[in-house]
Every structure is written in structure tokens, then in C-alpha cells.
Write a protein that binds this ligand. Structure first.
Ligand SMILES: Cc1cc2nc3c(=O)[nH]c(=O)nc-3n(C[C@H](O)[C@H](O)[C@H](O)COP(=O)(O)O)c2cc1C
Length: 302
């Protein structure tokens, strides 16, 4: 048996495969289709202090080897999460991580401090990289100062594992990662979606309601692998890699680039059980290649 366990700061994952925020709901919606306890971690929908309606439709468009979305962090707010979703998920034997967003450092911190009180939520992932909202979102994640201001405010009030999700829409993602580490982030995850656009040529208008959207899926994978490789060399904290992972081989590529764990997003829309299949495929690959632990492949590509 191959040991698939990995640690992200104090968070001990039974295996390195997690679901990416916004692509697997709160997990419970899929409990009839997927054995949730086999998933290393479930990163739930983006959560904000107040309820958000998200952007107008259409907010998804298919592209070659990927998709564009501009959902815009639709959610019912942190109070709803604490009162209605948390009781439903708290006894499921995997780790649930809440993805937190906000329009100011203070709002991020207020939302994070509410989640800090929930005993069975061991970590949050701060989304400073959403390209589809006007207020906050990616604005914080594209400068070192902006990223640092959010991490600093949250670190003061949040006491468990703090993961910061980085934007690829920057010149040097390694610099942003360093700024987050300096303010006390326990881990960074990357990448969020790449800004893109698609045009309906018959109607001569954008395919998405707000014009632009975030590109995800296999099309972004080489960009994501390169960025994980850059960031893993720049920081001491564990890196979580994502962007276009569809198979066990994709996941292994990210881990060789330096990721300690990985997340899967868009592939869930094709197959909601993809995380479990990737986890099993990784174990098989490692066994065939004589590895006793998944840790043996982390960062082997220098
Ligand atoms: C429909 C949709 C909704 C998303 N919502 C969120 C979100 O709420 N918070 C977040 O941090 N990332 C969100 N993302 C980004 C994904 O978590 C992930 O970073 C990105 O899609 C790249 O991974 P993938 O290529 O495996 O999908 C969303 C992506 C999609 C496609």
C-alpha cells in the first residue's frame, strides 16, 4: 500500500486530492454519486460576509480545452453557511475547507473569524484572485501590497490553517506568494482562473454577460504547472497546485513541479467522481514506479 498522506501545515490530508472551490458545491450535493470520505479535502463554494447574487446570465461559455465563467461568487453569506450548511457537513469524515472572499481586508477578516469558530473546519482558503467581481476579489491578489493587507488582517483573527489562493493574472506570482508568506500564510494555492473573453460572432457581442470571464480546464494546465514550479522555489510553505487537472498523470506532474497537494475544478463538471479516480490512479502510478509514499515525488523537478 502506498502512503498518500500529506500535511498542509496542521492539516493532515489522507490523500493529496481536493476539490476546487466553486466546482463541487458544498460536497453534500454529490454524496449519492461520490464516496466523499475518499476525497482528501473538499474546498467549498466561495463564501462572503453578506449574501451575493452573482452576475447576470450567461455566465459560462465553453472554449477549446476549457471553459470561461463569470459566476461572480454567488452565495448566501457566511451566516447561512454557519447555520445551514455546517450542520450538514460537519460529521462527514473528510476535511472541509471554506473559500473566503471579501471587498475589503476588514470584511475578509470578519468572515474568517466567523469560520474560525466552527470546530470541524480546520482551514480556510482566502480567495484574493477572483477575476469576476468588481469589488475586491482579484484586485487584492495582483499586487504584493494588496495581498499582504488581506493576509495580515485575516491572520490577526484566524488561528487555524490559512491557505491563500493566488491569481495567475500577474507578472510575478512568486513575489505575491512571498508577500503572503511574510504576513503569516500557512500555504498558497494556485492558480485561480486566467482572465479571458469569447465573442458570439453572429450577435457581435461577448458570450458572457460581463464581457470577460475566468478561463479554466486543460487549456490552463501548462501555465499553472509553470507557476507552481516558480512559487515552490520561492517560498518555504507548502504549495497546493491546480489548473486543468483531469487525470492522475496531471496530478503527478503538479506534484513533481513542487505541489504538496492538488485541487480539481472543471473536471468535476464532466465527472463528479474524478477526484476519487485521480486518487486511485495516483496510488497505482506510484506503486508501479516503486514509490512507498507520495511525498517521494514532491518537487523532484528542480
Ligand atoms: C464555475 C466556477 C466557479 C468558481 N468559483 C470559485 C470560487 O468561488 N472561489 C475560488 O477561489 N475559485 C473559484 N473558481 C476557480 C477554481 O476553483 C479553480 O481555481 C480554477 O477553475 C482552475 O482549476 P481547474 O482548471 O481545475 O478548474 C471557480 C471556477 C469555476 C469554473
Amino acid at each position: 500500500m502506498v502512503d498518500l498522506s500529506v500535511n498542509i501545515h496542521h492539516l493532515k490530508l489522507a490523500n493529496p486530492v481536493m476539490t476546487a472551490s466553486g466546482t463541487f458545491g458544498y460536497g453534500v450535493e454529490f454524496s449519492d454519486l461520490v464516496p466523499l470520505e475518499e476525497i482528501g479535502g473538499i474546498i467549498v463554494k466561495g463564501t462572503t460576509l453578506e449574501r451575493r447574487e452573482g452576475n447576470d446570465y450567461p455566465r459560462m461559455a465553453e472554449t477549446a480545452s476549457g471553459m470561461l465563467n463569470c459566476v461572480g461568487l454567488q452565495n448566501k453569506g457566511v451566516d447561512y453557511f454557519c447555520e445551514h450548511i455546517y450542520p450538514e457537513i460537519k460529521d462527514i469524515p473528510t476535511h472541509f475547507i471554506v473559500n473566503v472572499s471579501g471587498s475589503s481586508p476588514e470584511r475578509y477578516a470578519e468572515c474568517a473569524s466567523r469560520i474560525d469558530e466552527l470546530e470541524r473546519i480546520p482551514a480556510i482558503e482566502l480567495n484574493i484572485s477572483c477575476p469576476n467581481v468588481k469589488d475586491g476579489g482579484m484586485a487584492f491578489g495582483v499586487t504584493c501590497e494588496g495581498a499582504a493587507s488581506v493576509v495580515k488582517a485575516v491572520r490577526k483573527v484566524y488561528h487555524k490553517t490559512l491557505i491563500v489562493k493566488l491569481s495567475p493574472n500577474v507578472t510575478s506570482i512568486a513575489d505575491i506568494a512571498r508577500a503572503c508568506e511574510a504576513e503569516g500564510a500557512d500555504s498558497v494555492s494556485l492558480i485561480n482562473t486566467l482572465m479571458g473573453m469569447a465573442i458570439d460572432i453572429e450577435h457581435r457581442c461577448p458570450k458572457l454577460s460581463i464581457g470577460t470571464g475566468g478561463l479554466s480546464g486543460p487549456a490552463v494546465k501548462p501555465v499553472a504547472v509553470r507557476m507552481v514550479h516558480d512559487v515552490a522555489k520561492a517560498v518555504q510553505i507548502p504549495v497546493i497546485g491546480l489548473g486543468g487537472i483531469m487525470t492522475a498523470e496531471d496530478a503527478i506532474e503538479f506534484m513533481m513541479a513542487g505541489a504538496t497537494a492538488i485541487e480539481i475544478g472543471t473536471a468535476n463538471f464532466i465527472d463528479p467522481a474524478v477526484t476519487v479516480k485521480v486518487k486511485n490512479g495516483m496510488a497505482q502510478w506510484l506503486e508501479c514506479h516503486g514509490c512507498k509514499s507520495v511525498k517521494e515525488i514532491i518537487g523532484v523537478v528542480k
